[in-house]
Design a protein around this ligand. Structure first.
Ligand code: NAP
Ligand code: GDD
Length: 332
């Protein structure tokens, strides 16, 4: 049997690194798409860099995508690349739409042009539910995005569905709720908190400024969620799936748990900062992943407490070792 080839866009991101590991373990030949940079963005995939092929292309550039597909001839494409930080989407709304929305169409067009038998996974998001119509949210819940990011992702979702229905592509949209890990970017709230805890514990800071402490999210572990992406492309027919833990916790609970793990009282360190609040907020996300459990046989393995403790421990260790990757404070 020929070796399966997978192309991952967004290979340098959190999910790209976990998915690359996962596919390598299953014997795949992995090609990672990265955009050209003058600095080295490969920190998260350093440990597998010798095992994968890296290629330059950009979601903004149609011909680079066509060339990449012609050259790498993947059986499966996982489109994880996007401008993924919600606050930036208000500051760079047009660029976010170019990457996160129209970029999906460029990739689907490249598939149609080069090889319509390629299976396609689109990284959709619970941000599409936004101002939620019901709790918990499932594949049948109406969408109401609350940020330019959410709006762009909704376009990406519907164009994936549309190309499946219009051209018969094997295209799946995974509606993933928040998923985190020690490799999460420092600007996202879980990692901002666990990184802040480690800096305070090591005497490098005393305060941590946060925005809306009442926001609630369904937080899972990224390592569990990449398995669901793969499972979607192994089915007989393409479909869309919600991937979530089914639990919801507030940012306040997150802070309490993370500080406690390091023997600290969050109330002495966390400062609520109005400037970090968003123009429009998504107040409550809680997913219903029963379809994924029934059809894909998928369920999460790592719970909320275990996830946050894993992240705090990793950041404490990083600072204790004086790792240069410990980095500078982020303000949002
Ligand atoms: P991430 O860590 O922010 O990674 C995003 C990736 O996209 C990076 O590799 C980035 O490359 C790449 N990228 C951005 N613009 C690009 C462009 N124009 N051309 C090529 N590559 C580009 O995101 P993540 O957490 O791994 O999430 C993966 C995907 O799932 C994203 O699409 C995100 O929106 C979506 N999603 C995430 C979650 C979550 O909770 N993590 C939930 C639902 C959906 P650089 O290194 O060059 O910046
Ligand atoms: N980033 C951040 N920083 N968020 C904060 C802060 C803070 O200081 N204080 C409170 N929050 C709140 C935000 O207002 C939001 O309600 C919640 O914490 C989570 O924020 P993020 O961790 O930035 O994630 P997100 O939910 O906006 O988006 C992430 O999850 C989506 C899936 O629902 C990203 O990974 C998206 O790319 C992804 O689609």
């Amino acid at each position: 049997m020929t070796q399966r080839r997978a192309l991952i866009t967004g290979i340098t991101g959190q999910d790209g690194s976990y998915l690359a590991e996962f596919l390598l373990q299953r014997g795949y030949q992995v090609v990672g798409m990265a955009r050209r940079a003058s600095t080295d963005p490969f920190e998260r995939i350093e440990h597998v860099r010798g095992l994968i092929t890296l290629r330059n292309a950009d979601l903004l550039d149609q011909s680079s995508l066509i060339h990449l597909l012609k050259e790498s001839r993947p059986h499966e494409i996982y489109n994880l690349a996007s401008q993924s930080f919600v606050p930036t989407s208000w500051e760079q709304a047009v660029l976010t739409a170019e990457f996160t929305a129209v970029g999906v169409t460029r990739l689907l067009e490249a598939i149609r042009f080069v090889d319509p038998s390629i299976k396609f996974y689109q990284a959709s998001t619970s941000e599409m539910f936004g101002k939620t119509h019901e709790v918990p949210q499932s594949e049948r819940t109406p969408f109401y995005p609350r940020s330019p990011y959410g709006v762009a992702k909704l376009y990406g979702h519907w164009i994936t569905v549309n190309y499946r229905e219009s051209y018969g592509l094997f295209a799946c949209s995974g509606i993933l709720f928040n998923h985190e890990s020690p490799r999460r970017g420092r600007e996202f709230v879980t990692r901002k908190v666990t990184d802040g805890v480690a800096r305070i514990k090591h005497g490098m800071a005393t305060k941590l400024r946060l925005g809306n402490l009442d926001a609630r999210r369904d937080w899972g572990y990224a390592g569990d969620y990449v398995e669901a992406m793969w499972l979607m492309l192994q089915q007989d027919t393409p479909d869309d799936y919600v991937i979530a833990t089914g639990e919801t916790h507030s940012v306040r609970e997150l802070a309490e748990l993370a500080f406690a793990r390091a023997g600290l009282d969050w109330r002495q360190h966390v400062v609520e900062d109005q400037d970090l609040k968003r123009p429009a907020e998504v107040d409550l996300l809680q997913g219903d992943a029963s379809k994924a459990k029934r059809v894909l046989g998928w369920q999460p393995k790592v719970g909320f407490r275990e996830l946050i403790e894993m992240m705090v421990d990793a950041d404490l260790k990083r600072y204790a070792e004086g790792s240069p990757a410990a980095g500078l404070p982020v303000e949002r």
